[in-house]
Design a protein around this ligand. Structure first.
Ligand code: SF4
Length: 363
């Protein structure tokens, strides 16, 4: 299938492509866990950049996709409360819970506003003192510092009509769980340096050691991704798997150290449910008791419970590298970007949405 020319904007380095082709001398499966990197690779998929023996599979790198329906149900339940404004990212609107989505309750009169950041949600609380603004904090560890900073700012200003539904997940525990499945046979892991710079890079070094897994963190351009794949293949060939951050060394800058401090002031990690991966110890953040005024789950006495997920949807398999999005029987038929069945199609960064845009050339 031809790729629309405007999608292949950046020229790629033929030297890097040649090096990668020369290095791959055996079948290798690599999981790309970042949705943006998956999109970049898809843009170039007709260019023979990746050798046939290097199989790229999708992973749990879309924070909206990995949220189980029960978490959406909690958002919906809180969003229906009187005098509540739900402040959320646009991607989350269409993701279906057991029965409803934030979009459907908005159509029925609930107050739901799209915001770009937690600080914007806090501004909404400042400008609506008669309402309680509830921010849906969805993301991986990279999203946690901004949320933590916003909660601390609200606390320092004594703003009481603002709170957060914490649904932030930590990738390393989920990857640890996934890599324990020998049938997946993943030998390499490509992730974005943004994630690795926030997380203790030690967590990825532990993954590399425990699962004999070659890891590389890079930026989002095609050449950066090629360098990451080359690093992974070299590690596999030399049988010396490590966690290589090709973007910013060990990722520890003054900013990331400060971010880690703020995060631990506000959150601590507990067992959390993931779509397709089950419940994983230490994989989700909750808000510390000292800041419980800002925890919407406690404030509205709501629990995350198991929800009903669309049985035809194969998001669980897609997020664990067991199925390519275009192998789902519903892909492009009953599940499209206009009428998404599962979160992997509803979210912009979802793997099914990326494949759909690539194959059908639509936004
Ligand atoms: S194509 Fe649709 S139904 Fe199939 S896995 Fe993706 S989101 Fe689910």
């Amino acid at each position: 299938m031809a790729i629309p020319l405007n999608l292949t904007e950046q020229p790629f380095s033929t030297t890097l492509v040649e090096e990668l082709h020369e290095l791959v001398d055996r079948p290798i499966r690599v999981m790309v866990i970042c949705g943006t990197q998956t999109r970049t690779l898809l843009k170039y998929s007709d260019e023979d950049i990746v050798p046939d023996d290097l199989e790229i599979v999708t992973g749990p790198g879309c924070s909206i996709c990995v949220m189980p329906a029960g978490h959406i149900d909690a958002f919906v339940k809180i969003g229906r409360q009187p005098d509540v404004i739900t402040a959320t990212c646009e991607d989350l609107l269409r993701v279906q819970g057991s029965q409803d989505s934030l979009e459907s309750i908005k159509e029925n009169g609930a107050l739901v506003e799209v915001v770009d950041s937690p600080m914007e949600a806090l501004d909404l609380a400042r400008s609506h003192p008669d309402k309680i603004v509830v921010f849906t904090a969805v993301g991986f560890e990279g999203a946690a510092p901004d949320v933590a900073e916003t909660i601390l700012e609200a606390a320092s200003e004594g703003i009481e009509n603002f709170c957060v539904i914490p649904s932030i997940r930590l990738l390393p525990p989920s990857l640890d769980s996934l890599m324990s499945d020998p049938e997946l046979n993943i030998r390499g892991l490509l992730c974005s340096a943004h994630i690795m710079s926030i997380t203790d890079s030690q967590a990825y070094s532990d993954l590399a050691r425990q699962h004999h897994l070659s890891c590389a963190a890079t930026g989002f351009s095609i050449d950066e991704i090629l360098r990451g794949l080359i690093s992974i293949v070299k590690q596999i060939r030399s049988e010396k798997p490590i966690s290589a951050n090709l973007f910013n060394g060990d990722g520890q800058t003054e900013e990331t150290i400060r971010s880690s401090r703020i995060m631990s002031e506000v959150f601590f990690a507990v067992e959390t449910d993931w779509r397709g991966l089950g419940s994983i110890e230490g994989s989700g953040y909750v808000i510390r008791d000292e800041l419980s005024l800002y925890d919407a789950i406690k404030r509205f006495n709501v629990r995350f419970k198991a929800g009903d997920e669309e049985f035809q949807c194969k998001c669980a398999e897609v997020l664990s590298g067991r199925l390519s999005p275009d192998e789902c029987p519903s892909f492009g038929i009953s599940c499209t970007s206009r009428h998404p069945v599962g979160p992997c199609m509803a979210a912009q960064e979802g793997p099914c949405a990326s494949y759909f845009r690539h194959i059908f050339g639509r936004m």
